[in-house]
Design a protein around this ligand. Structure first.
Ligand code: ASP
Length: 446
């Protein structure tokens, strides 16, 4: 079975079990309710959290080592600058486009008209960082602290500086690079190993999540939920396909087939950051993007490229404005577009962060922040879908930039067969068995 098929099976089974547990804990009393609570909290939660931790623990070493290798592979500092400029331009350009579409669809479908405000519960906004703090905060004072905190932008800056220094350090630089390259291979193998257990991890994560969620929340907020979902799906499959085809001439079908494992991980974890190891693996090994591009575009994208989040914020703003009967006018929309773009740039891709920055967007648009309470019930589910969109955007931009720099292996890109989903491991296993056969035959000869 293909890896993505296995993950999908795990997901579907997880959702089904979660929904059943949810029903049991609500409808059935006594033993059945206790058993389902025990399964959800003790078994699925524990395994799911261990799975997320195993992903997270790879993020910092992988980004650091891979980006040092990538930066030194690019060689010329000017070329690095051009590549970084293009990547940033694409990341920043797609976000306002996403919000504009979201605003248009939300105004057309009017999800918030006729919503009773009685549903609103308490919501305590967490203050979002200012643009100034975000800018200054990109530069680390202590790389070890940056790594300990998992501060992605600071890690990226430090790794690039180190990579540039490695290129300019002659023989010691070459020796350092060898070490980093070997370490990179080892961490990538850890990622591949983790992909083997992914279907079980994903099953537990979703079973736990759906055991709490239930589907009732969607019914209450159906119009909002489906408006966000519609715009997310259009962005994911129409906008990105057109962008990919127009800017690189590559097949969107091959892209989506190869990108699938990363999208599924994004959906299951609701965290672009936790998915970085998988995204990096998929973008390099299945889409054929050279490490010098992917090691920069993927971690950067996980932090600053959140089109899916921006879409939710666009629809949510219109929804809340309609629910409260406020007309935010053209000025309000401009404020939403700029604030949502900046807000997604300055925050890490972790679950639920989109809601935190939504508070900032609402304030700028002159809307009551308490409105967030209206949509909180379905946010976790939408978070999963929008994270998959965020990650797809990272993959699209990585591919376009790699193609334009002549650093895309199109044979790998167009090969969608990949029977086990992890070529590397299969190749290694084959190489190991050939080596052992040779050793055996040599032993028999002697
Ligand atoms: N969970 C999203 C991500 O990690 C961010 C968000 O929209 O809350 O990409």
């Amino acid at each position: 079975m293909k890896l993505s098929t296995k993950i999908i099976t795990g997901m579907v089974a997880g959702i089904a079990v979660g929904v059943i547990l949810n029903l049991l804990s609500k409808e059935a009393g006594g033993f059945a309710a206790n058993l389902s609570a025990w399964l959800a909290n003790m078994v699925f939660d524990v395994v799911g959290r261990i799975f997320i931790s195993s992903l997270m623990l790879l993020v910092v070493p992988l980004v650091f080592v891979s980006l040092v290798c990538g930066t030194s592979a690019i060689g010329h500092d000017a070329r690095m600058g051009i590549m970084a400029g293009k990547t940033l331009a694409f990341y920043v350009f797609t976000t306002p486009v996403a919000i504009i579409f979201a605003l248009m669809w939300a105004n057309f479908l009017e999800p918030g008209v006729g919503i009773g405000l009685g549903a609103a519960t308490e919501f305590e906004p967490i203050p979002a960082p200012s643009v100034k703090d975000v800018l200054v905060g990109i530069f680390p004072t202590n790389p070890v602290a940056a790594m300990a905190e998992g501060n992605m932008l600071q890690i990226i800056v430090f790794s690039i500086i180190m990579g540039v220094a490695v290129t300019h350090s002659g023989e010691p630089g070459r020796r350092t690079l060898e070490l980093f390259k070997s370490f990179n291979e080892v961490v990538m193998t850890m990622v591949t190993l983790l992909m083997h257990i992914a279907p079980y991890g994903v099953f537990c994560l979703l079973a736990k999540m759906f055991s709490e969620l239930g589907v009732g929340a969607i019914l209450d907020l159906a119009k909002y939920f489906f408006t966000v979902l519609l715009v997310l799906l259009l962005h994911q499959f129409v906008f990105y396909s057109v962008m990919l085809k127009a800017l690189s001439g590559l097949s969107p079908v091959a892209f989506f087939k190869n990108m699938r494992p990363a999208m599924l991980f994004g959906f299951s974890t609701a965290s672009s950051n936790a998915t970085i190891p998988i995204t990096l693996n998929v973008v390099e090994k299945r889409l054929g993007v050279h490490n010098s591009i992917a090691s920069f575009t993927v971690p950067l994208g996980a932090t600053i490229n959140m089109d899916g989040t921006a879409i939710m914020q666009g629809v949510a703003t219109v929804f809340i404005a309609q629910a409260f009967g406020v007309d935010i006018g053209i000025g309000g929309y401009v404020a939403v577009i700029t604030t949502a773009t900046l807000a997604t740039i300055g925050t890490a891709g972790v679950p639920g962060v989109g809601l935190v920055t939504l508070a900032m967007v609402l304030q700028q648009a002159g809307l009551p922040v308490e409105g967030i309470a209206l949509i909180i019930g379905v946010d976790r589910l939408l978070d999963m879908v929008r994270t998959a969109v965020n990650i797809t955007g990272d993959g699209v931009v990585s591919t376009i930039v790699a193609k334009s720099e002549g650093l895309l292996d199109e044979a790998v890109y167009n090969d969608t067969s990949d029977p086990n989903g992890y070529r590397e491991i299969v190749a290694q296993e084959e190489a190991a068995s050939v080596a052992s056969e040779q050793t055996d035959s040599r032993q028999t000869d002697s």
